[in-house]
Design a protein around this ligand. Structure first.
Ligand SMILES: *Cc1c(COP(=O)(O)O)cnc(C)c1O
Length: 833
């Protein structure tokens, strides 16, 4: 055999797998196409090209990821661990190109191969590993952590089936299983060597060891293995590339040999299937469904794996267990990971043999808790029998923590039995339940709400006794969103205009947008601003057309409400307004109504009948309004199916008006409101969540405020709210209710919306009817403002200009300084050949 011939073509100067130039990228894309996809260019499908490109980009990130990991182990730097049951990270390709700053070079490299980058970006399936705001927040925070060069790891669950895909059939939501892993996931690195065992069920035994210590042994009913799957998350134009580490459950052995040898083949396979079920599917509810054993098992599974991994890293750093809280901090994203309090205690006391007091000190100093809700039905609790049977040892630890805690409370408030009962980790008012918010609060050194109003209400209501006992532990960290994904990637037209106006650094220093104030009245700048918005609306119009068949006029006011469908978010209030306008046009076809296009999007939990009926009302109104000649195209109503991060990226930038109309006191923060604002939408909204701070920043004259305040809502309820009175007092509202009841929006079916109307007229727990008149009036102001183009453009520019506070970079800096006490670590790249 002869050696391969020596090639004579000009060598590419840049090293394989890390070069960022066009030639190196082109060479490596083709190499990956051949070596990893086993295809040659002439027959490659778009998906082959996508995979080849994704691996090419991943290689560049690995250089950074490995350097980052090495630095974290060799430095004594503290690492922020973000524990979250959900990470809604969205499509990765476009974002990673922007982070690395290689979008243009990749575009050129592909073009020279006859392939269009945008077509490849468009075919990527997003990992739907979250329900909505909470999971997306975790993803925005991971982006900021890497960009700010903060040592961090995201810990969660690698669901095989994420949030369902939503289809609309016959006007109703239909859920379709999400198959995001079907074609393989090029971003993920499986780490079979990083795996931990997690116990469930069984019983405990205590014994005294040689040193005379009481030791508890957990004899589990069964054990599951958690295997790490890593996704690198690069920072923007820095070398830091942190990992999102998601746990996948596996059976310990492929087959239980004992069962197998005993001939019980099916039993052996059954055990395997049971273990692998753990990380199979994400619960598609925004709030907990009570009593779902599998859900509690998922929470314990990922928390235990994550804490064991942190202990492994501590050992790798060559540090003793006593240093745990100096080298790690774990943020609990809502109560889903709150079992961490008991599990860290178990690991330290049972496995590392630390004395209880020392373990408790470490646990409290390491953990911090973010509360996300005040809704009583969304506060997580678990029935004692279920908890006992699934997690007997953690429950014993919870009892012991509670016993010691209640002694402390008794000491502080002697004789106050009511307070003891209120603060206990066990709710004994009915069938006994474990209160996870209490567990999280008692086991953390810091507790935070997610907007100023939310934190205030938290301290006054659900955690009041705790805020009184430990006022120094409570603080606010208002949520934020990443301007890289939600402006730079989603709205490239706006991004380049911003770069020209305020300089290139706005994307990592969003306060710089303030400089836009100077341009608010500049006619030439306003025109460019308007053209950017118009291009975004053209794009949304095209997407609406292909997704729904509905033609909308991009010149109309785009009035958008996208978020999970929930009664407290009041999509039905918006629908009542649309019907109001429609009824006005029916009465007076010549009425002057500036053209408006109402766009809705969002998923309803599969078991939430009222939310699904609200979707049906919207699609019913759309069907009638869009086709009635009386309307003559002046109003259009669209339900955009399958709202997810990928669709969000072309929806937020196209909005003129952002609907943030939740009942005051119910939305903890909201983050959609911030994405709209950054992209130049004006808000019509209540004084709820972060809307309060948005209005503060932008000024009341640039915000359409309406509705009852949180205090007024409580007062109205206290005084006996009678929703039907509002219908009697308002002819227009009466007409709207009648129209819905008449079957006008349900193809003549008078029964379809009965449950919705009954609920509104007799209960209306979210005060839709009480806020109706104020909402309709404020919408009239919106129409008036819209007709004055100059005024509207000015307000739009000012909204973007004053959105700097809502960058997730600001939020992460606050977590670092106030809660985690962590500083950035700069990552150096060695040149590799
Ligand atoms: C931002 C976002 C949300 C949260 O929206 P809210 O209006 O704050 O409820 C939900 N889903 C997706 C896909 C998002 O991007």
């Amino acid at each position: 055999m002869e050696d391969a011939p020596i090639t004579t073509s000009t060598p590419i100067a840049e090293p394989a797998r890390s070069g960022l130039g066009v030639d190196a990228l082109r060479r490596d894309i083709v190499d990956n196409l051949i070596c990893l996809q086993a295809r040659y260019p002439e027959i490659a499908t778009p998906h082959d090209w996508y995979m080849a490109l994704a691996y090419t980009v991943r290689d560049r990130m690995m250089t950074r990821g490995v350097a980052t990991g090495h630095a974290y182990v060799s430095h004594s730097a503290k690492i922020a661990c973000y524990l979250s049951a959900e990470f809604l990270i969205g499509p990765q390709l476009g974002n990673n190109l922007i982070a690395l700053g290689i979008e243009n070079n990749v575009r050129s490299a592909l073009r020279s191969l006859g392939v269009e980058l945008d077509a490849l970006i468009a075919i990527e399936e997003e990992p739907g590993l979250g329900n909505g705001g909470l999971g997306r927040l975790a993803a925005c925070y991971m982006d900021s952590l890497s960009t700010l060069e903060i040592p961090a790891i995201g810990y969660g669950i690698r669901y095989e089936f994420g949030i369902f895909d939503q289809e609309i059939r016959d006007g109703w939501q239909v859920e379709v299983t999400d198959k995001w892993l079907q074609k393989g996931n090029p971003w993920e690195i499986a780490r079979p060597d990083i795996a931990f065992y997690v116990n469930f069920g069984g019983r405990t035994e205590s014994e005294t060891d040689e040193q005379g210590r009481l030791r508890v042994r957990w004899i589990p009913g069964y054990t599951v293995k958690g295997v790490a799957c890593d996704t690198p998350l690069p920072g923007f134009r820095v070398n830091t590339c942190n990992m999102l580490r998601l746990w996948k459950s596996e059976a310990i052995e492929s087959f239980d040999l004992q069962d197998f040898n005993a001939g019980d083949y099916y039993e052996a396979v059954h055990e395997k299937v049971k273990s692998e079920t753990l990380s199979k599917v994400l619960y598609p509810n925004d709030e907990p469904e009570s009593g779902k054993r599998l859900r509690l098992a998922q929470q314990y599974f990922f928390v235990s794996c994550s804490l064991q991994d942190m202990l492994r890293l501590l050992a790798l750093k060559g540090e003793p267990v006593g240093r745990f809280a100096y080298l790690f901090t774990a943020q609990l994203n809502d109560t889903h990971p709150s079992i961490a309090v008991a599990e860290l205690m178990r690991l330290l006391v049972d496995e590392k043999l630390l004395p209880w007091d020392e373990a408790w000190d470490i646990t409290r100093r390491a953990l911090a808790y973010t509360n996300h809700t005040l809704l009583p039905e969304a506060l997580e609790t678990w029935g004692l029998p279920l908890f006992q049977s699934l997690l007997p040892r953690p429950l014993e630890i919870i009892y012991e923590i509670n016993r010691r805690f209640l002694d402390e409370v008794r000491h502080r408030y002697p004789g106050d039995d009511a307070r003891i009962a209120r603060m206990s980790m066990i709710d004994e008012s009915g069938a006994k339940r474990v209160r996870m918010a209490h567990l999280a609060t008692i086991g953390s050194h810091a507790v935070n709400g997610v907007a100023a109003l939310h934190t205030k209400l938290l301290e006054e209501t659900v955690l009041r006794d705790f805020a009184e006992l430990w006022p120094e532990r409570f603080r606010n960290v208002t949520n934020g969103v990443t301007p890289r994904r939600f402006v730079m990637l989603s709205n490239p037209g706006l991004a380049s205009l911003l770069g020209e106006a305020v300089g290139e650094h706005w994307a990592t220093d969003l306060a710089k947008l303030r400089k836009l104030d100077e341009y608010a009245d500049d006619a030439a700048f306003q025109d460019r601003w308007r053209r950017v918005k118009r291009a975004n609306k053209d794009l949304l119009a095209a997407n609406i057309r292909s997704a729904t068949g509905i033609a909308v006029d991009p010149a109309a006011l785009f009035d958008i409400q996208v978020k999970r469908i929930h009664e407290y978010k009041r999509q039905h209030l918006n629908a009542l307004y649309i019907i109001t306008l429609y009824e006005r046009l029916r009465l007076d076809p010549h009425l002057e109504v500036p053209p408006r296009c109402f766009v809705f999007g969002g998923k309803a939990a599969p078991g939430y009948a009222m939310a699904k009926l609200i979707i049906r009302l919207i699609t019913g109104v759309a069907e009638v309004v869009n086709n009635d000649p009386v309307v003559n195209g002046r109003l259009k109503v669209v339900f955009f199916p399958d709202f997810n991060v990928k669709n969000a990226q072309f929806i937020y930038p196209a909005a003129d008006l952002s609907e943030q109309i939740s009942t005051a006191g119910k939305e903890a923060s909201g983050t959609g409101n911030m994405k709209f604002m950054m992209n130049g939408a004006l808000t019509i909204g209540t004084l709820d969540g972060a809307n309060v701070e948005i209005r503060e920043e932008v000024g009341d004259e640039n915000f359409f405020l309406f509705g009852l305040t949180a205090e007024a809502v409580e007062r109205v309820k206290r005084e006996g709210y009678r929703p039907a009175d509002y219908v009697c007092a308002n002819d227009e509202l009466h007409g709207v209710i009648e129209a819905i009841g008449s079957g006008r929006f349900s193809r003549g079916d008078r029964e379809m919306f009965r449950p919705l109307l009954d609920n509104l007229l007799n209960h209306d727990p979210f005060l839709v009817l009480a806020d109706y008149a104020a909402y309709v009036a404020r919408q009239q102001d919106v129409s008036t403002a819209w007709q004055d183009t100059r005024r509207w453009n000015r307000m739009s520019i000012l909204n973007t200009a004053r959105s700097g506070k809502f960058s997730s970079d600001r939020a992460i800096r606050e977590y670092c300084e106030q809660i985690w006490k962590i500083e950035p670590v700069r990552i150096a790249l060695e040149r590799r050949r």
